[in-house]
Design a protein around this ligand. Structure first.
Ligand SMILES: C[S@@+](CC[C@H](N)C(=O)[O-])C[C@H]1O[C@@H](n2cnc3c(N)ncnc32)[C@H](O)[C@@H]1O
Length: 291
C-alpha cells in the first residue's frame, strides 16, 4: 500500500496510522467527554473512523485535527460532537437480546397496575431500535392507547436524528415477526423500497433526546424500567460505577435495570441485586425489596 510519511506520524492513503501523541490526545478526549475507554488495540479503529473527516477538513495529519478540536476553531464550533459521533459504536437491531423482552412481559408487565403510567428509559438508544421494540411490546401487552411512554437517549446527535426519523432497512428488522411488522411498520416504496417506517401511532409514545450518561444533568423523570445495554462495556470500572449510581437515582425501588448480556455488574453497586444474568433489581437502602 502506498504511504506518505509526514512529520508527526504516518498518514496512509486510507487515513492510516496515528502518531502516539495524537492517539493519546484522542484517547483522553473521548474519555473526558463520553467516558469511553479506548485501549491501544483501538488505534486502527480510531484512525479509520476519523480518516474521512480529516480529508473533508483538509488536514494532513491526525495531530493537526487534534489541535483543531482541542485548541483551534473546532473547539467551539460543534466539531467535538462530530468527533464523538464518529468514535461511538452504534450497532443495534430490533429485538436484540430477546430474553430481556420475555422478562419484561412475564415479570413486569404482567404485574403492572392497569391505567397507571409506565415509563421506560432506553438509556443508550443508538438509532432507536431498542426503544421502538419496547414500544411494540407495550402496545401488544398494555394496548396502543394505554398510559405508557418510552424515552430514548444517546450521546450521538446523528443517532438521535436517525431514531426520530424511524426508518430502517430490512436487516435491522429481521427479528420482528411478520404480523408485528404489518401492524406497526409501513413498507417503503420507490426510493424507500427495502425500508420500513415506524407507524405514527407507535412514534407518539416515544421521544428521543441527546443525553450523556456520564455528565448530562440529572433527568426529571423516574423510570419503571431502564434498559442500559451494550454501552457500559465501553466504560472504565470507575465510570461504570458512576453511571450506575446516576441510573439508580432515576429508577424506582423494586424496579429493574437491564444491561447487555456481556456486561456483568457483579458487586458493583450494593443497591443492585442480580435476579438473572444482566437483569438487576433495585433494592432500597436497607436491602428491602418492595415488589
Ligand atoms: C452499541 S450501541 C447500544 C444500542 C442498544 N442499547 C443496544 O443494546 O442494541 C451503544 C450506544 O451507546 C452510546 N453511548 C456511548 N457513550 C455514551 C454516553 N457517555 N452517554 C450516552 N450514550 C453513550 C453510543 O452513541 C451508542 O449509540
Amino acid at each position: 500500500m502506498h504511504t506518505q510519511v509526514i512529520d508527526q506520524g504516518e498518514l496512509h492513503n486510507d487515513g492510516g496510522v496515528i502518531s502516539a501523541k495524537a492517539f493519546a490526545g484522542f484517547q483522553g478526549l473521548i474519555y473526558k467527554t463520553a467516558g469511553i475507554s479506548m485501549s491501544e488495540a483501538k488505534k486502527s479503529l480510531v484512525s479509520g473512523r476519523l480518516a474521512k473527516r480529516l480529508r473533508a477538513l483538509n488536514f494532513k495529519s491526525y495531530d493537526e485535527y487534534l489541535e483543531y478540536i482541542t485548541k483551534g476553531e473546532g473547539a467551539g464550533n460543534g466539531e467535538l460532537q462530530i468527533f464523538i459521533d464518529l468514535l461511538t459504536t452504534n450497532e443495534t437491531y430490533f429485538f436484540r437480546e430477546p430474553q430481556h423482552f420475555d422478562f419484561l412481559k412475564k415479570e413486569i408487565l404482567a404485574r403492572h397496575e392497569p391505567g397507571k403510567l409506565l415509563r421506560i428509559w432506553s438509556a443508550a438508544s443508538s438509532s432507536g431500535e431498542e426503544a421502538y421494540t419496547l414500544a411494540i411490546i407495550l402496545s401488544e401487552t398494555l394496548g396502543i392507547n394505554a398510559n405508557w411512554e418510552i424515552v430514548g437517549t444517546d450521546i450521538s446527535t446523528e443517532m438521535i436524528k436517525a431514531a426520530r426519523q424511524g426508518i430502517y432497512n430490512e436487516h435491522r428488522v429481521r427479528l420482528v415477526e411478520k404480523d408485528m411488522r404489518h401492524k406497526y411498520m409501513l413498507r417503503g416504496t420507490g426510493d424507500y423500497h427495502g425500508f420500513v417506517a415506524i407507524a405514527p401511532e407507535i412514534k407518539k409514545h416515544v421521544t428521543f433526546e441527546h443525553y450523556n450518561l456520564v455528565e448530562s444533568p440529572p433527568r426529571k423523570e423516574i423510570f419503571d424500567v431502564i434498559f442500559c445495554r451494550n454501552v457500559l462495556i465501553y466504560f472504565s470500572q470507575e465510570t461504570k460505577i458512576r453511571v450506575l449510581e446516576r441510573l439508580c437515582k432515576h429508577l424506582k425501588t423494586g424496579s429493574y435495570l437491564m444491561t447487555g448480556h456481556s456486561e456483568s455488574l457483579h458487586g458493583m453497586l450494593p443497591q443492585l441485586l442480580a435476579v438473572k444474568p444482566s437483569v438487576y433489581l433495585k433494592k432500597d437502602l436497607h436491602g428491602k425489596m418492595t415488589l
